[in-house]
Design a protein around this ligand. Sequence first.
Ligand SMILES: *[C@@H]1O[C@H](CO)[C@@H](O)[C@H](O)[C@H]1NC(C)=O
Ligand SMILES: *[C@@H]1O[C@H](CO)[C@@H](O)[C@H](O)[C@H]1NC(C)=O
Length: 277
Amino acid sequence: MFRPSLPLTLAALLVILPAVLSQPAPDDYNCYAEDEYPYLFFSSKTAYQYIYDKKPQVIPHCKPVQIWTVARHGTRYPSKKEIIRMKDLVNLQSEVMKNYERRDIERKLCEKDLTNLRKWVYNLTLDLDYQLAPQGHDDLFYLAKRMRTKFPILNDAAGFSPEQIQSHFLIRHTQTPRTKESAEAFVEGLFGGRASSIIPPGQDNEMLIKPYINCTPWEQAVDDEIHTREATLFEEGPLMKGLIASVSRRLGFTYNLTLGEIFTRSIFFEQTRTKLH
Ligand SMILES: *[C@@H]1O[C@H](CO)[C@@H](O)[C@H](O)[C@H]1NC(C)=O
Ligand SMILES: *[C@@H]1O[C@H](CO)[C@@H](O)[C@H](O)[C@H]1NC(C)=O
């Protein structure tokens, strides 16, 4: 279970893009803490459990005979580099608080959001880099549970003996702890607490789940200047400039932050907001 991670610039853009397009006009803002329907489509950063398709998938006159899935590992902690970078949020937090202590500032955040921002603590440690987060366990656990709902035939497996499970199911993951733990969470969702013994040790040269390791054209096509040019143009364009200005004002700054700062801050908001749910 693995999907190649995107180059940083692209990954950052994928997160920001939907947020920008859905960014309400500044006056639409009420209170993030009280937003019952927060915008959840953050590309590859979105937990499936909030956005999955709830419609039953019934195809008349057909029954499943074989089910394949290639899944990404669940939500993981950031890289060491990002964990260090995110520590800057502590400074940003105190800057925003200082901004809001000034009398002359136009107050553009509700009290609850301010309180949440004030209460936020940075608690990442370097050893967490790329490890599976608790949300990541749930991602795969509930993915398996939903598969059981969509394909009731899978429920038969609940009564299978370990030998039967072994002969009917094939589970593979790569060598990293996060993919192993994801596979275990998936199996847990599929069969209950047992049967993680059916998962063989991870292999790193898995051509089936890492086909790109043998695909030079793919590697060359993803990260070159031609393919990131549009992203750069977008980042420098009027929509993004407007967003930067509006976010900067809301946080009480009299100058425009940089896109990098906004990106880190949007994680900040997401973290302080989701703590309530
Ligand atoms: C950090 O704090 C948050 C909020 O209290 C908590 O949910 C999370 O588990 C903590 N993370 C770590 C790695 O301790
Ligand atoms: C911030 O950016 C906006 C949009 O580009 C611009 O209109 C405004 O003058 C900038 N503000 C400052 C203080 O530079």
